[in-house]
Ligand binder design. Structure first.
Ligand code: FAD
Length: 385
């Protein structure tokens, strides 16, 4: 292998380059990324950057030291075997890393709507979050909750409109999501409510009601950024389909991060996880696969969110669970624990209980059975259950 092309200059792309060099790859590497910025981290965008505590979140990336031909502002348009077509001409490759991430879904309508995916999005939105501004946030998922947190903190009048029966319902289920309801104190939270369109001056709801707003922020999810691969001879299904080695169906091609739908040996299911830890961890396996090794990507998925003064952390795959138990009451620090039919841990969501998260992750990796009667006592360490 002489030349690796990496498409996408987010965390997964950058980590792939580091892993290739750490793995001994000495050939040429070209990195193309649509954004004009140098690589940066996204989690701080909806936290420190939106709150004004920081203006950027650039990652350490020394293109010269890594001997990378970095081409910011260049997009990949199409792929055929051995060649990536970009907005600035063709690039021949013999190894290709697809790391194009995901892009926000928007709501119909001609009115101005903000999304929060890029540094530019975050800086634009921050400038609009001023005391007294009427802010409508569409979606009470991870991004919606973090934007609502920031908007309320700066003194905006915040309305959150959520189609589901509770905040975070899509991510952790309505029952667990309902435990976060009291956090929305001072926010006009409208559940089971659908926005039909964003118009000048506000949003129109299904049913016709108009909710006025100076600022509309849409946080209803993302889709994998794989449109540029539409005409390519590569399997796509909810992202780039890969095996457990992160190899795509086209020889010499791997996919990592938000755009990759990999086969999980652990869960015997195809997963696409839109979280930072996957973008951080998967590249090592993808790089090894490109270098001809048989590495397997098989993590217990993990993410965190900071909202309304709480630290939420989640690990596991709740779809593998049979039942749900709680440690602690909603008014305090608590964890939701999902058990399989065999009483092993399928997933855990912790709210201000980081120790449960650390121990839960280890228990999932070990696959040990737990005693449900002990588990519901928040004073007993999870590892002693
Ligand atoms: P991305 O970071 O999306 O990078 C992909 C890059 O590819 C982009 O720069 C894009 O412009 C570029 N690209 C796309 N198409 C093309 C093309 N055709 N040609 C060239 N370049 C292209 N996760 C957590 O676990 N915890 C959090 O608290 C958390 N907070 C978040 C807050 C925000 C506001 C956002 C947006 C995400 C957050 N995440 C969080 C998710 C996490 O940031 C992502 O999972 C991670 O950024 C994925 O990295 P990636 O490299 O796969 O994709």
């Amino acid at each position: 292998m002489n030349h690796v092309v990496v498409v996408g200059s987010g965390l997964a792309g950058v980590r792939s380059i580091e892993a290739l060099r750490a793995g001994g790859f000495d050939g040429a590497i070209t990195l193309v990324g649509e954004e004009r910025h140098r690589p940066y981290d996204r989690p701080p965008l909806s936290k420190a950057v939106l709150l004004g505590a920081s203006d950027s979140s650039f990652v350490d990336f020394d293109a010269a030291a890594l001997r990378v031909d970095f081409r910011p502002g260049v997009g990949a348009k199409a792929l055929r075997p051995g060649v990536v077509e970009t907005t600035e001409g063709e690039l021949a490759y013999d190894g290709l890393v697809i790391a194009t991430g995901a892009e926000p879904i928007t709501v119909p309508g001609d009115g101005p709507q903000h999304v929060l995916r890029t540094l530019d999005d975050a800086l634009e939105l921050r400038a609009r979050l001023v005391p007294g501004a009427r802010v409508v946030v569409i979606g009470a998922g991870w991004i919606g909750a973090e934007v609502a947190t920031a908007a309320r903190r700066v003194g905006c009048e915040v309305t959150v409109i959520e189609a589901g029966p509770a905040p975070l319902a899509h991510a952790v289920g309505a029952e667990v999501g309902a435990r976060t309801l009291s956090w929305y104190d001072g926010i006009d939270l409208r559940l089971e409510t659908m926005v039909s369109s964003v118009e000048e001056g506000g949003v129109e709801l299904v049913g016709g009601e108009f909710v006025p707003a100076h600022v509309v922020v849409t946080g209803i999810g993302v889709r994998p950024a794989v449109e540029w691969l539409a005409g390519a001879d590569i399997d796509l299904h909810n992202g780039v389909v890969t095996d457990e080695h992160l190899r795509a169906s086209l020889p010499g091609v791997v996919a990592v991060g938000d755009c990759a739908a990999w086969w999980s040996r652990r869960y015997q299911a195809r997963l696409r996880v839109e979280h930072w830890d996957t973008a951080l961890g998967a590249p090592e396996v993808a790089a090894a696969s490109l270098l001809g090794e048989e590495a397997v990507y098989d993590p217990v998925p993990y993410f965190w969110s900071e909202q309304f003064g709480h630290m939420l952390q989640y690990a596991g795959h709740r779809e593998a669970a049979d039942r749900l138990l709680y440690r602690g009451e909603p008014a305090g620090k608590w964890s939701a624990v999902w058990l399989t039919g065999d009483d092993t841990l399928a997933a855990v969501l912790t709210v201000d209980r980081p120790r449960d998260l650390v121990q839960g992750r280890r228990l999932m990796e070990a696959g040990r059975r737990l005693d449900a009667n002990r588990l519901v006592d928040p004073d007993i360490s999870l590892r002693d259950c």
